[in-house]
Design a protein around this ligand. Structure first.
Ligand code: AMP
Length: 396
């Protein structure tokens, strides 16, 4: 894919509409985690320093096409201004007179946030009339919200087709890293897919077995595969009705030359409780009331060896119930090893998805991985091999 470059663009005096992800966690009007504001800073600074008028567009929560005062973006203005070290203006609406007024007040290099896009039903419907209204207040479009790129909305897809469109710096880095992990990776490539259920990750598994050299399956979803192979998983989380599906995935992996790494030993307990009595056992020693809650040490050893033998790692989903120690052991050991290899320059280690980010933070290594995507749905759809409308529309 080729994209226009913000580095070489003529930005001075241009009204740059910038789609950002400001869907920050907020309690009583106070932002509790400003990571998403920080992610947007490099693009905002780049545009501002080149003399553009920076007009930030974002959604917040789900107002469903109506003006909901509690879902206003106004509370992000002051914290953003502090982070940027310059004043940030606010437009009471993202289209129409209020938007025009806010944009006309901007000098070159100034920054404004416009009110929640989703106050208008045309945003999520990608309504051409709404797209045209957005287009009327900008000269060019920059998308820096990879996390919204799986949606064909007015501010992600429609507007990119109307104005000259550019990926922002955070978006560009995300696309480059995803390409390094799955598009054109240095081989051999190892995947780790964990988490709760096979049913939520079918497309992902089917896409990965066609692309990877090895795929380790862990977490609750591994139980479905073990059961499909005839092992008794006791009272563990397991989608027994997906036996055929699991066998089909194993057959596709074999046909595509992707080696599947399934657990060879497990950690079981009678209940999911911190510090509860645990037992490590082989696959054919799981008793009726046992719950498989983590991968065993031999499985972890094999996984670490597979990392050592790989040049690229792509990871989604924890290997056990990492929120409840000691069932975080396999996930933490794997995360630490991947991070150490990444720091040593031996492995390009890319991870993403909601729980994966929490698991890596829990292991204390999120910053040491080559790249951690916080994009959730968009990251998963990309891992599933789907074209993301917000990215496709940026090609030019
Ligand atoms: P997902 O959202 O599909 O990535 O699933 C993440 C969740 O899977 C986490 O909350 C883990 O606690 C859970 N999980 C991982 N391994 C197991 C397991 N063996 N049994 C039950 N839940 C698990």
């Amino acid at each position: 894919m080729t994209f226009r470059s913000l580095e070489t663009a003529d930005l001075a005096g241009k009204r740059a509409l910038v789609r950002v992800d400001f869907n920050v966690p907020m309690e009583g009007g106070v932002i509790t985690d400003d990571t998403r504001l920080r992610s947007a800073l490099p693009t905002i600074r780049h545009l501002s320093s080149r003399g553009a008028k920076v007009i930030l567009l974002a959604h917040f929560d789900r107002p469903k096409g109506k003006r909901v005062p509690e879902m206003s973006l106004a509370p992000v203005v002051a914290p953003l201004s502090v982070l940027l070290g310059q004043p940030v203006l606010f437009g009471e609406d993202c289209i129409g007179e209020a938007a025009f007024k806010a944009v006309s007040a901007l000098e070159n290099g100034d920054v404004a946030v416009l009110e929640n896009l989703r106050f208008h039903p045309g945003e999520e419907k990608n309504d051409p009339a709404f797209v045209a209204e957005l287009g009327a207040i900008g000269d060019l479009f920059v998308n820096d919200a990879f996390s919204a790129a799986h949606r064909a909305h007015a501010s992600t897809e429609g507007i990119a087709r109307l104005l000259p469109a550019y990926p922002g710096l955070a978006m560009r880095r995300e696309l480059d890293m995803l390409d390094a992990a799955l598009g054109k990776p240095v081989k051999p490539v190892l995947g780790i897919v964990g988490g709760a259920k096979v049913s939520t990750k079918l497309d992902l598994l089917n896409n990965l077995v066609r692309k990877l050299d090895r795929l380790a399956i862990g977490g609750g979803m591994a139980n479905t595969f073990l059961a499909a192979q005839g092992h008794d998983v006791g009272g563990s989380l397991c989608e027994h009705d997906l036996g055929d599906t699991a066998r089909e995935i194993m057959a596709s992996a074999k046909a595509a030359g992707c080696e599947l790494l399934l657990p060879v030993d497990v950690v079981v307990a009678r209940e999911v409780k911190p510090g509860t009595a645990t037992r490590t056992c082989g696959l054919d020693d799981v008793k009726a009331g046992d719950l498989i809650l983590d991968a065993g040490p031999e499985t972890v050893k094999r996984l670490l060896a597979a990392m050592d033998a790989s040049k690229t790692l792509i990871w989604n989903g924890p290997l056990g119930v990492f929120e409840v120690p000691p069932f975080d052991m396999a996930t933490v050991a794997a995360a630490k090893h991947a991070a150490a290899l990444a720091v040593a320059g031996k492995l390009t280690a890319v991870a993403g998805g909601g729980d994966t980010v929490s698991a890596l933070n829990h292991a204390g290594v999120a910053d040491d991985m080559t790249f951690v995507s916080t994009a959730g749905g968009a990251f998963l759809e990309w891992m599933e091999g789907k074209a993301l409308p917000g990215v496709v529309a940026l090609e030019g």
